[in-house]
Design a protein around this ligand. Structure first.
Ligand SMILES: [Mg+2]
Length: 177
């Protein structure tokens, strides 16, 4: 499905979502890795090997406007997107600011709300808490799904199913309103 300006936004985190903190079952052990000569694309962050190109297909099939919301910032376009078969995506610019938001809110939350500006969005991140959900529910005028991935395993097909269902229900609700 091609994403247009009217499509819901999908804010995407990288670490703990697209790059799980635990090794993938298919990943070579460190002994195997040291025994093998380094592949060309092994340069840089070795955790990039944990990216699953299938996640790129799954993300594209959601029909959302994908947007990076990660401390990788523009590096996500250089290093992550090509490995997932994704085009260059917009990047939420998080200012270098040490002020933590109050009340246990995630530091990304206020910036994402501002970026979304009333449009429907999904935020996929491993650090979302109920505090963020409650705050967005109380302060955001648009429709929003804050979906937490388990950082050990990253985003799973089941997570995609939950997001897909929410998007379908939301678009039905918008069509009916
Ligand atoms: Mg993360």
């Amino acid at each position: 499905m091609a994403a247009t300006a009217d499509c819901p936004i999908m804010f995407l985190d990288v670490d703990g979502v697209l790059i799980p903190f635990r090794a993938r079952p298919t990943e070579p052990t460190s002994a195997e890795r040291y025994a093998a000569p380094p592949a060309d694309d092994d340069e840089g962050n070795p955790l990039l090997g944990r990216l699953d190109p299938e996640d790129g297909h799954r993300l594209r099939s959601l029909g959302c406007r994908l947007v990076w919301a990660t401390t990788w910032m523009s590096d996500a376009n250089e290093q992550v997107a090509p490995r997932l078969g994704l085009p260059e995506l917009p990047v939420v610019d998080f200012p270098d600011d040490d002020d933590e938001p109050e009340h246990g809110l995630h530091w990304k939350t206020p910036f994402l709300i501002r970026w979304a500006a009333g449009r429907t969005f999904v935020w996929l991140d491993d650090e979302i808490t109920d505090t963020d959900r409650r705050w967005v529910h109380a302060h955001y005028e648009g429709r929003a799904l804050l979906h937490r991935a388990d950082p050990a395993v990253g985003v799973t097909p089941n997570d995609f199913e939950v997001i897909r269902r929410w998007l379908a229900e939301t678009s039905a609700a918008v069509a009916a309103s």
